[in-house]
Each structure stands twice: as C-alpha cells, then as structure tokens.
Design a binder for this molecule. Structure first.
Ligand SMILES: C[S@@+](CC[C@H](N)C(=O)[O-])C[C@H]1O[C@@H](n2cnc3c(N)ncnc32)[C@H](O)[C@@H]1O
Length: 259
C-alpha cells in the first residue's frame, strides 16, 4: 500500500445531492482523494464514499446504483433490545464479567465495539484507516441521536483515529480489556463465506501484517486481559491462550494478565 496516498486510484468521494456538499469536499480533501459529482465508465476508482439515506456509505461499483455500506448501529439479530443487553454468548464470556472498561483497538465496522457497548461496558475505539474512521464517526453521530441513548444519558463510544500500536501506550488510563480483531489472510483466495462488509474492507485495506506488534502493545497496556478474535483456521496470535471461546467459524482467544 502507498502510505502517503493509501487510496490513490481506489477511492473517491461522490456527492449525489444529499447532505452538505462542503462536508463532502472536506472529506475528499482530508482523505486526499478526488471529489466527483458523477461517475462515468472512465472513472478508475472502485470505491466511493457518499451520503445516502442519512448515513455516510462506502459503495463499491456493484452497489453504485443503490445501496452501500454504513456503520450499522442497530442491535444484531437475536440481541435483546434493552440496555444493558445481557452479557451472554462467546463474546461476553471472552470480555469477562468483571471487566468494566474495554478498548477495541481494531474497530473496523464497529460491530463488535457496538455489541460490547450495548452490553454495558465502557468502550473506547481505535481505528487507523481514515476511511473507516470517517464511517465510524458518522455511525457514532447517528447513535448519539437515538432516543434510547439520550433517554439513558449515554454517550457513544469515544473514537481515536490512528495506529493502536502507538496510541495504546498514550491512553489516559489503562483499560481492563483490550479487544483485537485484525484482518487475517482468508483461508481460500475468494472466501464465499466472508460477509460483504468484510470483503470490502479487505479489498480496500488489505491484511493487517503487523498483528504481532499490535498484540505486544495490547499485552503491555491492558490491566486484566487481551482478547483476540480470530478465524477458526488461524493459529492463536499470542501463542497458547489461557482460555478460548468458540463462536461460529471463529474463536475468541483470551490472554489473562497478572495485575
Ligand atoms: C477485521 S476488521 C475489524 C472488524 C470489527 N471487529 C467489526 O466488528 O466490524 C480490522 C480493522 O482493524 C483495523 N486495524 C488493524 N490494525 C490496526 C492498528 N494497529 N491500529 C488501528 N486499527 C487497526 C483495520 O484498519 C480494520 O479496519
């Protein structure tokens, strides 16, 4: 990846008449990507950011006519709609009942962060991709406007944009738990099983090749535990975990720390 212009030739901001065109132009300038009002067959970029239906969306060419992917702030299928949602299932077991504060150092689409937040943990999010950080900021703004959140006087998770390897050591206070879900290479080249949102993320960002450094930084910072979500075919990132919880086609490996 070109580190000075990571999205060169790949991504543009598209203004389709929704929302503020100045905000779209600013987003294009911040991300150092082109700003378009239409897409022609000659347009080389494969991904577009655009405000559609009240949300910032990442759109690939397949979804250009309609659709696009935004940070989904709704509870997942089967999740209880009360707050805090019950601490049930493999993710909750991995995070731990006695945990109060969690840093999600690989926030991505924010789906794990938001599930952890809805279970009543105090969550801080870190994301290094400026595109994902922009999508998350939009999602968390939408979340802040939800009635249930306002009625409970809750704030959405705090978002830090940058590399967690550097940011973890600079946190104001050490969290009980650091949660990691870096991108692992797929088992097969074209993984039909991967969700569309994760395939788009991989196409746009590639794999996270510095997972070991991130794990080391997490181990140095967390007070009680580091949780690594990994596909079931991948070896544990930090060697043998203290305990593992099995999810569907994935595992949560838990590394406990002596306080
Ligand atoms: C597989 S996705 C995470 C998906 C997320 N758990 C969810 O529920 O949507 C991995 C994300 O972690 C981010 N990431 C990987 N290494 C990072 C690091 N060192 N610092 C910050 N973000 C990182 C990537 O940019 C990517 O967006």
């Amino acid at each position: 990846m070109n580190t000075t212009q990571p999205y060169a030739g790949k991504l543009a901001v598209l203004y389709e008449g929704h929302g503020d065109d100045l905000a779209s132009q600013q987003l294009a300038a911040t991300l150092a990507v082109p700003f378009y009002q239409t897409v022609s067959p000659d347009t080389q970029e494969a991904f577009f950011l655009s405000w559609r239906e009240g949300a910032l969306k990442l759109i690939d060419r397949e979804l250009l006519k309609k659709g696009g992917l935004a940070v989904d702030i709704e509870p997942r299928n089967g999740e209880q709609r009360s707050w805090p949602a019950p601490k049930q299932g493999a993710l909750a077991q991995a995070i731990g009942r006695k945990t109060l504060t969690v840093v999600d150092a690989t926030t991505g689409w924010g789906q794990d962060s938001l599930a952890i937040f809805r279970m009543g943990y105090e969550v801080q999010c870190i994301e290094r991709s400026p595109v994902m950080a922009a999508l998350l900021a939009d999602g968390f703004n939408r979340l802040a406007q939800q009635n249930w959140l306002q009625n409970l006087q809750l704030q959405p998770p705090k978002l830090l944009a940058g590399n967690a390897i550097a940011l973890l050591g600079a946190l104001a206070s050490r969290p009980d738990c650091i949660y990691l879900d870096p991108m692992f290479p797929p088992k097969r080249k074209k993984s039909a099983l991967a969700k569309k949102s994760m395939r788009v993320l991989r196409d746009l960002l590639g794999d996270d090749d510095d997972k070991e450094q991130l794990f080391a930084a997490a181990l140095n910072t967390a007070r009680k535990r580091v949780v690594v979500k990994s596909p079931d075919y991948a070896p544990p990132l930090g060697g043998k975990p203290d305990v593992s919880f099995q999810g569907k086609l994935l595992r949560y490996d838990v590394y406990l720390l002596a306080e």
